[in-house]
Write a protein that binds this ligand. Sequence first.
Ligand code: 5GP
Ligand code: MG
Ligand code: MG
Length: 185
Amino acid sequence: MNKIQIEDREFEILIENDNICKRTRLIGIQINLDYENRCPLFIGVLNGSFMFMGDLLKEITVSCEVAFIQVSSYSGAKSSGKVKEILGLPDDIHNRDIIIVEDIVDTGLTLSHILKELYKQKPASVKVCSLLLKPAALKEPLEELEYVGFELANDFVVGYGLDYNGLGRNLNDIYRTKTVVPSAS
Ligand code: 5GP
Ligand code: MG
Ligand code: MG
């Protein structure tokens, strides 16, 4: 399927599942090398990261733990930049090696907020693994951003965990739409 319709909007294919899997495998290999003998704690940011987290973790061979947190800062197809509460933050991350797993880094505001909260507990290290990155949208450099699957233009994307108004998370591939819908909030 090269084109799909979700509600009012038409999307065209951008990254096929095969390519996502190949890239994820390579990231997994790199993480296994970097974290040999270290037992990292992967923290997935819900909801968008659930599919990437599942596929990434299948490639991880080092001993590790997995947790999820949820933040909410996004509505419609434009970043509101407003970060709400962080839910489910583990309270035992002192001296742990943390890998935050994200679906996409856009402005980076969500991540900055998460990082600030994590550092309060003095973890040993924090790195970020994001499937997607929109470099032109990033507000300030994120030195923790160590693993990135694909860099994108400032289009809006759905599929493989990413939603448009709650829909499209189940799609195998990643699709994009050119025009940006005004934010609802
Ligand atoms: P940031 O705080 O980096 O601007 O936004 C991060 C969050 O906004 C992501 O985790 C994701 O939930 C959402 N987001 C940013 N860009 C897109 C996009 O192109 N498509 C979708 N579906 N969500 C996006
Ligand atoms: Mg996300
Ligand atoms: Mg969303």
